[in-house]
Design a binder for this molecule. Structure first.
Ligand SMILES: Nc1ncnc2c1ncn2[C@@H]1O[C@H](COP(=O)(O)OP(=O)(O)O)[C@@H](O)[C@H]1O
Ligand SMILES: CC(=O)N[C@@H](CCC(=O)OP(=O)(O)O)C(=O)O
Length: 267
């Protein structure tokens, strides 16, 4: 593990969809010290545009079935609309952002998900060789702040749709060999909650044993399940810390105040 600190921060569709939240988040992101990478989703916006275009959005366990028409939509939405807007806003705040898919610079190469029971279409699965940590490190050292969207490629000319939480986790694992890496998942709630409707019920620490209990009691469900699977996979593979919290509260981190839910390897 390197001794330079790196924050990898992922924002989801609900943050991107709200221009005020996005503005505040990007301002706080700019204020964070050290090396930084931003990863964004945008599933909500892609679903909205698909429906406007008369293309039915199909998701199984939070993963989008990406046929050729849907791939065109997500390429426009993730790689174009959302990515370029975020980059332009970060430039306004003085962050020298560079917007990337995994195809750019061959930085994230994936394999099309094999068809088992479900055919996910043009969805890319990340493996241990997918991320070019050295290439990303060179960008960071040159002064750029990479902004990755949820698109990767197979090296054979095909763009693939890859879940943004998984990209953030894979980047953090791979870059842990070069940096002391913290992975932060930002979304619209204050953290992992005991009651999903009560923002004052943040669970401050979760280890794998507690996670299993919370799953059985169905306190954690839907989109939070793959997020936590990705998060635990990251800390098991050398990522220094994983935190899940509200995008609006990112400033608390800089102030050293409690922020969201922290995941730990053991209790
Ligand atoms: N215990 C929990 N605490 C907080 N959120 C939860 C919990 N269980 C399920 N969720 C759901 O998980 C969602 C976050 O996952 P997801 O929609 O995939 O996030 P993102 O916005 O990053 O894409 C929340 O909007 C919430 O509805
Ligand atoms: C394969 C797959 O499911 N890809 C995701 C990528 C976007 C994403 O992850 O967006 P959020 O973080 O906003 O959910 C999708 O198309 O929904």
């Amino acid at each position: 593990m390197g001794n330079k600190s790196l924050h990898i921060i992922k924002i989801g569709g609900n943050v991107i969809d709200n221009s005020e939240n996005l503005y505040h988040f990007l301002k706080d992101f700019t204020a964070l010290d050290g090396f930084k990478i931003l990863v964004h989703g945008g599933g909500k916006v892609a679903t909205q545009l698909s429906e406007t275009l008369g293309i039915e959005a199909k998701l199984v366990d939070g993963r989008r079935i990406t046929d050729i028409e849907t791939l065109r939509v997500v390429t426009m939405v993730y790689g174009g609309l959302i990515n370029k807007n975020i980059v332009a806003q970060l430039q306004r705040f003085g962050t020298n952002a560079i917007g990337l898919t995994g195809a750019d610079g061959n930085l994230i190469r994936t394999k099309k998900r094999p068809v088992k029971i479900i055919d996910y279409g043009f969805v890319g699965d990340i493996d241990e060789d997918s991320v070019d940590a050295e290439g990303i490190s060179r960008l960071l050292e040159t002064g750029f702040t990479p902004v990755f969207c949820a698109l990767t490629h197979d090296g054979d000319g095909q763009l693939l749709n890859t879940n943004a939480d998984t990209i953030a986790s894979a980047l953090s694992v791979s870059l842990s060999s070069l940096f002391e890496t913290t992975l932060i998942y930002c979304f619209e709630k204050k953290g992992v909650l005991m009651d999903v409707n009560d923002d004052d019920s943040v669970i401050r620490d979760i280890d794998p044993v507690r996670y299993e209990e919370l799953k059985i009691k169905q306190i954690i469900h839907s989109g939070m399940l793959p997020k936590l699977e990705n998060a635990f996979a990251a800390i098991a593979c050398g990522v220094k810390a994983v935190v899940i919290g509200r995008s609006d509260d990112l400033g608390e981190l800089k102030q050293g105040r409690p922020f969201g839910t922290r995941l730990s390897k053991t209790s």
